[in-house]
Ligand binder design. Structure first.
Ligand code: KIV
Length: 283
């Protein structure tokens, strides 16, 4: 079994130009499969609100949801670096609340790090959580929790003015003490500039190749999330198609009496005659 990675391994991978591959996971089996496949890290994203719970966005997701799913993932991937995602409302209120909730991910779900959304406007939260000894991942660009302010799930940094804001946010995230940063839905030229400018690892979800690694949402890359597919997703499997086909075949088998067969039942140990005698007792 490979040694569990720490944040220092991710610094070293950046240094050696070795890319990091990570996905989101929310449940025990997906985490198990990700660890077996050799995933470098797993994010228990608040995207669970959309992928698992069927909400339109991530805003309704609670701390209790995130902790419960983080616990499931940790049980499935005990040997993988796992990041808990701080849901909307869990860090915005005050630095104290941010530290209290960040600590819950470590104490209750054995996460290795936490992630929160925002740049300059969450600098005091990043600083407070980091000062508490917790590894923080920043997340800027398309930040789903504030998609209302962004006018929807829209790419960021497409203009020079917007890219300037992103660069300032990226620098602030690093200066506040974050140990890695995720850029979401950002053009590759901006990603490349930020990656060269920062010392901490810079990861992409929809932010192109020139950075230190890639994240995809498991529901997107496995073809399970049906509501929409972002432009940046590469679908590696169509699990929805496989599941629907399996369900259809099962329904047909049940309706036609083809399931269960002799192979799928338990075989009585006593003879048919003995059972008939037993049934007769009750007639
Ligand atoms: O919740 C999540 O999965 C995320 C990704 C969109 C980066 O934050």
């Amino acid at each position: 079994m490979a040694k569990k990675k720490s944040i220092l391994d991710f610094y070293e991978m950046k240094e050696n130009n070795e890319k990091v591959a990570w996905i989101t996971a929310y449940d025990f089996p997906t985490a198990q499969f990700a660890e077996k496949a050799g995933m470098d890290m797993i994010l228990v994203g608040d995207s669970l609100g959309m992928v698992v719970k069927g909400y339109k966005g991530t805003v309704p997701v609670t701390m209790e949801d995130c902790i419960a799913h983080s616990q499931d993932v940790r049980r499935g991937a005990p040997n993988t670096f796992c990041i808990g995602d701080m849901p909307f409302g869990s860090y915005q209120v005050s630095d104290e609340k941010a530290v209290e909730n960040a600590a819950r991910f470590l104490k209750e779900a054995d996460m290795d790090a936490i992630k929160l959304e925002g740049g300059r406007r969450v600098s005091s939260k990043i600083e407070a959580i980091s000062d508490a000894g917790i590894v923080v991942f920043g997340h800027i660009g398309l930040t789903p929790q504030s998609s209302g302010q962004l006018g929807g799930f829209k790419a960021q940094g497409l203009t020079v003015d917007s890219a300037r804001d992103l660069i300032k946010d990226a620098v602030s995230v690093q200066e506040s003490g974050a140990q890695a940063i995720l850029l979401e839905a950002v053009p590759p030229e901006v990603t490349e500039f930020i990656t060269k400018k920062l010392d901490i690892p810079v990861y992409s979800i929809g932010a192109g190749l020139p950075c230190d690694g890639q994240l995809l949402i498991c529901g997107d890359m496995l073809g399970m999330f049906q509501a929409f597919t972002p432009k940046f997703v590469k679908q590696y499997a169509n699990v929805a198609e496989i599941e629907i086909k399996a369900f259809e075949e099962y329904i047909e088998d049940v309706k036609e009496g083809k399931f269960p067969t002799d192979d799928h039942v338990y075989h009585a140990k006593d003879s048919k005659e003995e059972f008939e005698k037993l049934f007769a007792e009750f007639e």
